[in-house]
Design a protein around this ligand. Structure first.
Ligand SMILES: NC(=O)c1ccc[n+]([C@@H]2O[C@H](COP(=O)([O-])OP(=O)(O)OC[C@H]3O[C@@H](n4cnc5c(N)ncnc54)[C@H](OP(=O)(O)O)[C@@H]3O)[C@@H](O)[C@H]2O)c1
Length: 259
């Protein structure tokens, strides 16, 4: 499958920061019309001002089901070709130290919003038989467990699994709609600040992640893992037990927890 984004309308959630902002820049460079979604309107307005392509800004808290539905209702009829589900966050620290409300908010955003938007965007595109959805999971979603970033790892496992399964179903149906999961390792964004932890010792830039992702999407790749080091690390876990892998990850994530 080849996917051509040139001049199309692309919806990007989490466009106010980090990887989502970078997707906005990348698709603007392809002459796309953008629909940007996040809570911080000022950030999106500032970015839109730099891009030089038509941009619509939708302010929404996607952890709320009714706001996800409102986004879909707003974009229906606008011929949006692609959806990039990028909004998400994590919380560093022991699970029992987090408030259950914050954890449920994470599940609502990282899982429920991605599920609702993916399903409803597919409904919008099904008749045309073309379009594209990229769900930003994480390499966390391809690993057994992530102690001290625990709920986050579990949410990303859902996103990776759901997206990969959906992509296979669409392939069986010979659908022209592309569905893929992006699974980056560490990336320098606002993620760590939001997660209330210490910055990654080493990470990729959002520019690198997004330019790699867009190239792979254009080739129809269903599972996209940027960074040779991350791919090598994931390969290495095949030789370890799930328990051992989770212990190693836990050691790393615990060292990032602010005292
Ligand atoms: N950075 C990494 O190391 C890394 C690695 C793998 C995967 N990822 C994934 O990449 C995606 C983007 O994260 P990032 O690294 O770019 O972090 P980021 O800079 O913190 O960006 C997160 C984005 O999500 C939006 N968002 C958060 N809560 C929201 C809500 N309730 N409703 C709507 N939008 C919301 C934020 O916008 P507002 O605050 O304006 O709403 C922001 O635009 C996430 O799904 C993350 O899990 C990140």
């Amino acid at each position: 499958m080849r996917v051509d984004f040139t001049g199309k309308t692309v919806v990007i959630t989490g466009a106010s920061s980090g990887i989502g902002s970078e997707f906005a820049r990348a698709f603007a460079a392809k002459g796309c019309r953008l629909i940007m979604v996040a809570r911080r309107e000022d950030r999106m307005r500032e970015l839109a001002g730099e891009l030089g392509v038509p941009c619509e800004i939708l302010t929404a808290d996607l952890s709320r089901e009714e706001e996800c539905n409102k986004v879909i209702e707003t974009i229906a009829g606008q011929g949006a070709f692609a959806l990039i589900n990028c909004a998400g966050f994590g919380l560093l620290g022991a699970t029992v130290e987090h408030s259950i409300e914050e954890e449920l908010g994470m599940i609502d955003l990282n899982i429920r919003a991605v599920h609702i938007l993916t399903r409803r965007f597919l409904d919008l595109r099904r008749e045309s038989g073309s379009g594209a959805i990229l769900n930003v999971a994480s390499c966390a979603g391809l690993l057994p467990a992530g102690p001290y970033l625990n709920t986050y790892y579990a949410t990303k496992a859902y996103v990776a699994s759901f997206t990969q399964g959906l992509a296979e179903e669409l392939a069986d149906m010979k659908s022209g709609i592309y569905v893929g999961a992006l699974c980056p390792g560490p990336v320098y964004t606002e993620f760590t600040k939001v997660a209330r932890g210490k910055e990654w010792a080493s990470a990729l830039t959002p520019e690198k992640v997004v330019s790699y992702a867009v190239k792979k999407m254009e080739k129809g790749k269903k599972l996209i893992v940027p960074g040779a080091g991350v791919r090598f690390g994931l390969f290495g876990t095949r030789f370890l037990s799930r328990h051992r892998t989770a212990r190693i990850i836990g050691f790393g994530q615990r060292s990032r927890v602010e005292e």
